[in-house]
Design a protein around this ligand. Structure first.
Ligand SMILES: [Zn+2]
Ligand SMILES: [Zn+2]
Length: 302
């Protein structure tokens, strides 16, 4: 549903209060036909709904449904990752987040909903769910659509371009998920994920180029390599967990996942909550305020 760069950028804009076709077109920089297609899919999948705001002529705006708004914790983590790891010189992303709940500047953190501890990769245990049957894999090759400018008009909003280059693709999140479970050898990726070799090679190369994975030699003859997550790559883990939590809560047909996850320190089945790093309370949209770099009101925000 959201494994596509334009879709992620539309959701970004919806959370920033953009609602009309023209606003989405200007800010995402998506070609018109692509934007029509992605908005239709988001409506079809129940993430956006069309709301008439003018009757003669008939005009619609696009607003987030409850299911769409439930992506908020995931969107906060994407914002946080992009702000830390992308070159944000040109972007229009809000620079800071203020939490009204505890009256503090804050960062969103993925935490265990049971014991409230921040989630670390080493603390998540997993076991295979033997009742799970995988959906049929679509092996059509498609290169990642790289960030690009729209032709003419205002320059597109470049915020989140880096993170969408990495995660907004059908296969890349699956490769990353395999890495999170300790898979690192080419043959193991191929066997476990059922990816066509050309796609797998292409995505691994891109993940190395973007600094998400490093390729380490573990055998000289014949040469063999292992792909390992960098710090930047490991920092994508909370985003994956937040998205998985959304899938469990909002996609009824996905209520079984191939793997059971457990938070080892407290022993409970993993439920991910995105919380404030200062007060550890779950973040709700109406209690969070984004502050832009040039926002003059930021010093008297209270
Ligand atoms: Zn826990
Ligand atoms: Zn707080």
């Amino acid at each position: 549903m959201i494994g596509d760069r334009w879709t992620v950028l539309i959701i970004r804009d919806a959370f920033l209060g953009r609602t009309t076709f023209g606003e989405f077109r200007d800010h995402t920089g998506a070609p018109r036909s692509t934007l029509v297609n992605r908005l239709d899919k988001l409506v079809f999948n129940g993430i956006l709904y069309k709301n008439p705001y003018n009757y003669t002529p008939l005009r619609f705006e696009y607003r987030l449904t409850d299911k769409g708004r439930a992506l908020y914790p995931w969107a906060l983590l994407i914002w946080d990752w992009d702000r830390k790891w992308a070159d944000t010189a040109e972007d229009q992303l809000p620079q800071r987040i203020y939490h009204k709940g505890c009256d503090s500047w804050m960062r969103p953190v993925a935490a265990c909903a049971h014991c409230k501890e921040p989630l670390a990769l080493r603390d998540i245990g997993h076991s295979v769910n033997h009742d799970y049957t995988a959906p049929t894999a679509n092996t059509r090759s498609k290169r990642l659509t790289r960030a690009r400018s729209n032709r003419g008009g205002a320059p597109a909003d470049k915020s989140l371009w880096h993170v969408t280059d990495v995660i907004a693709d059908r296969w890349t999140p699956q490769i990353l998920a395999a890495c999170f479970f300790g898979i690192g050898r080419y043959d193991d990726f191929r066997r476990k994920l059922g990816i066509a070799t050309n796609i797998l090679s292409d995505r691994l190369k891109q993940l190395v180029e973007t600094g998400i994975l490093v390729r380490n030699s573990y055998q000289e003859s014949p040469p063999r390599y292992r792909y390992e997550l960098t710090e930047k790559g490991e920092a994508l883990y909370p985003i994956t967990l937040a998205l998985q939590q959304w899938v469990l809560e909002w996609i009824p047909q996905a209520n079984t996942l191939p793997i059971h996850l457990k938070h080892t320190p407290c022993g409970k089945t993993l439920t991910t909550a995105v919380v404030c790093n200062v007060c550890s309370e779950p973040l709700k949209a109406h209690e969070v305020r984004f502050v832009f770099r040039d926002d003059k009101s930021r010093d008297n925000i209270k």
